[in-house]
Design a protein around this ligand. Structure first.
Ligand code: ADP
Ligand code: MG
Length: 360
């Protein structure tokens, strides 16, 4: 009698488990774009172009000129936990690639329709194959292809009614996508990036609507890259910043970047942060620097900051979140403090020299 009322524990169907997990890895269209671009970077691409329709809900297409995917790997390409980047747990400690979970492509096939076109070096033709729920829908078909891989994700969240509705009602993810690509473009300056909406018609082409919203060409100068992506108003107001600490008892890190000076006055912080070449967020560091800016600059401007921090791989835990958006660092407080005081002194110097200029 009593046993009847107790809830019975059941094992969830694998497809249910996978779809739940997928919704966590691919939270919005921009998460899919980030994963696809990171895959292209991991494949040593020198050129990556992105096309986005309807804020990514209708179409996300990422094309690269990387090393491609072998024909024999295509059957398991989109299964969960299949990867060419990690083979044993210990590898995580020294991982250089951005991917390692083998979950991104799989996730996309559980919440959208994925089509892959790829060709590897020395092949006469490429292959195209579509996936659903982790599996190939048909045998790969031979097709014409240029170097690299093109991945197309259509109808994202077609099977998640609530998510689709929320996203349709909220502001378009396109701005977020442009933002992420801009960040990658100023870090990976040896790679060309572009991002645009599809060409609709000749008419809009003539009106210039087909212009890319991010367009960077490979360069050797970070400042040039920042100028071409964020514009002259940002680039001409930057101070170069560099620091390192090599005291194993405190912290070991190297940092370099650009920070805005006192002439740069905006209301919103732009903080582009890479830690060991991963695009991440670090709220604590961002706050620490915002405090410095509001305390040091008369107009209480918010900063533009590009910063790349290199730490010993064993000091970074990259596996704290399925989206890999956050990482946790050893000696985080020491590192933040050091960067904060450096930024403060550079800002004071630039501010003093400006006041001096204005007086004379
Ligand atoms: P992860 O990046 O964590 O390995 P993904 O699901 O993102 O997992 O990708 C699975 C595998 O597919 C990768 O390990 C890689 O071998 C291959 N792959 C994905 N995208 C590309 C690409 N653009 N070029 C070459 N190989 C790719
Ligand atoms: Mg990946």
């Amino acid at each position: 009698e009593e046993a009847k009322e107790l809830p019975k524990i059941q094992r969830l169907d694998e497809s249910v488990v996978n779809r739940i997990a997928a919704g966590e890895v691919i939270q919005r269209p921009v998460s899919a774009v980030k994963e696809l671009v990171e895959n292209s970077l991991d494949a040593s691409s020198t050129s990556i172009s992105v096309v986005v329709k309807d804020g990514g809900l209708k179409l996300i297409q990422v094309s690269d000129d990387g090393h491609g995917i072998r024909h024999e790997d295509l059957p398991i390409l989109c299964e969960r936990h299949t990867t060419s980047k990690l083979s044993k747990y210990e590898d995580l400690q020294s991982i250089k690639s951005m991917g390692f979970r083998g979950e991104a492509l799989a996730s996309m096939t559980y919440v959208g329709h994925v089509t892959v076109t790829t060709i590897t070096k020395g092949q006469l033709h490429g292959y195209r194959v579509s996936y659903r729920d982790g599996m190939m829908e048909h045998e790969p078909k031979a097709c014409a292809a240029v170097k690299g891989t093109q991945i197309m994700v259509e109808n994202l969240f077609y099977n998640m009614i609530a998510r689709r509705k929320t996203l349709q009602n909220s502001a378009d993810d396109y701005t977020k996508i442009v933002d992420v690509l801009s960040r990658f473009a100023i870090h990976h300056i040896d790679v060309s990036f572009s991002c645009r909406k599809p060409f609709l018609s000749l008419l809009c082409y003539q009106h210039g609507a087909a212009r890319a919203d991010v367009h960077s060409v490979a360069t050797s100068s970070r400042l040039d890259a920042i100028r071409s992506v964020y514009g002259l108003s940002v680039a001409r107001n930057l101070i170069k910043i560099e620091a390192s600490d090599n005291d194993p008892s405190r912290s070991v890190f190297e940092m370099d970047g650009f920070i805005s000076n006192s002439n740069y006055v905006v209301k919103k912080t732009t903080m582009v942060l890479f830690i060991n070449d991963r695009l991440v967020e670090c709220t604590a560091l961002k706050r620490a620097l915002e405090i410095v800016y509001s305390a040091t600059l008369p107009k209480a401007s918010k900063p533009f900051i590009y910063m790349s921090i290199i730490l010993p791989p064993e000091h970074v835990d990259v596996n704290v979140h399925p989206t890999k958006r956050e990482v946790s660092l050893l000696n985080q407080e020491v590192i933040i403090e050091k960067i904060q005081s450096l930024v403060e002194s550079m800002l004071r110097n630039s501010n003093d020299s400006r006041t001096f200029q204005e007086q004379t």
